[in-house]
Design a binder for this molecule. Sequence first.
Ligand code: GLN
Length: 529
Amino acid sequence: MKRGMKYIIVTGGVMSGLGKGITAASIGRILKNKGFNITAIKIDPYINIDAGTMSPYQHGEVFVLKDGGEVDLDLGNYERFLDIELTREHNITTGQVYQTVIEKERRGDYLGKTVQIIPHITNEIKERIRKVAKKSGADICIIEVGGTVGDIESMPFLESVRQMHSEEKEEDIVFVHVTLVPLDTQGEQKTKPTQHSVKELRSLGLQPDAIVVRCKEPVLADTKSKIALFCDVPAAAVISAHDAKDIYYVPTLMEQEGLSDYLMEKLKLTPREISHEWDVLIEKMASIDKEIRIAVVGKYAHLGDSYISINEALKHAGVECGCRVKTDWIDAEEFERKPASIEMLKKYNGILVPGGFGVRGTEGKILAIKFAREHNVPYLGLCLGMQLAVIEFARDVVGLKDANSSELAKTEHPVIDLLPEQENVKNMGGTMRLGNCEAILKEGSLASKLYGSTTLIERHRHRYEVNPNYIPQIEAKGMKFTGRNDHRMEIAEIPGHKFFFSSQFHPEFKSRPGKPSPPFLAFVKAALQ
Ligand code: GLN
């Protein structure tokens, strides 16, 4: 008999930024470790259709899916923790829901009725959730409701999951609420914010089955029983999610707290094949004894959240090599203001220039790339990091002094340019070259060595391309385009350099703990030497 879909709804209280995404991903992971197929949905209560038009400096990284969906960074956490690939429907936003309902209204689908939040918006939300869950073929679907309980924006979503609770079988849906236990000046663990946020949740008709408590330190038994009493959950269902050394320890911590057993009991599930893959990863992480330092040269570089996937990909590669990758985020504009300060890059084992948009900081990044090229320092360039590497090479080695990208300046030599198909694009949402594209790799190249293949599929997010007119000149001087998709250049490398690899795609999005991305792995290996 085919069993029904199991839903785990994750809500958050007290304040944002508690790590609800990591909690949701970790819950998924501990159940995956028990042999279940897991999928996950992120609900974002904002009006944007997707994260594509949002600034990564305000909202964190825009994660890119295989189908080209530009989504919330939590989908990156799900993909990494669960080792799955998701699609754009797994990120539901208010904008999408209203857009669909309004389109239906215009078509006359509602047969003259007044269109309302309840039931029309809530029905649309439930329908989307169930359709996505079913299509995934998973056993369990984790649904993370973004925002904090009590926000106006998240009301229709909370109402929808409330309705789901009464429509689904008792054993098919559980609610997990993530809260915070702060410490007072005496260091005492305070439960009041948790009590208040559960009260708020209940006023919406939702009762949590488990409460995951974020805390600086392990949550004490006394604190747990207090929360259990006030919030009406068994003490065993109050889970201490205290600060961990690394996010990848969180599933282990939750397992030790008994969360997977509790959830399986609630959902009437019995464990299938137990996997120890995650334990192996954790052991490897714990035994790291070396360290390398990587300079990531970006704009407003202090905001590590805008480049989460790069950080994670470096970490995955580091774990594989038994080393900790310490990244310093360096503001490229510093090199523009003080060109002599470029010498500070000497202390790094490798230099990375990430993706980006707009002119700000690009000249500083070009200085950093020049430094890497001239001093034989391992270089990894991602998207804009490849475009700038081509510009640097064209200026300094080919001799095209004003070479540039037409995104960044008016120039005689647009070595990076728009292809005709991108020239008249006005709508900024979802019109870049997005998601999975293939590249054919040159035999004998570094690229084909790294990937152990003559083709690859990686994710993209860009508008501009290497201008095909300049390829012969550039290649004649020693920079080789060793990965191509028809007339689009996917990889630029410099043979003979210790390690100089740059790609138009974003390999960071496909990197997984235990399965590092090939260019990242090779970069870290080169940096270790
Ligand atoms: N701004 C460049 C482009 O649109 C690079 C984009 C990126 O780095 N993601 O092509």
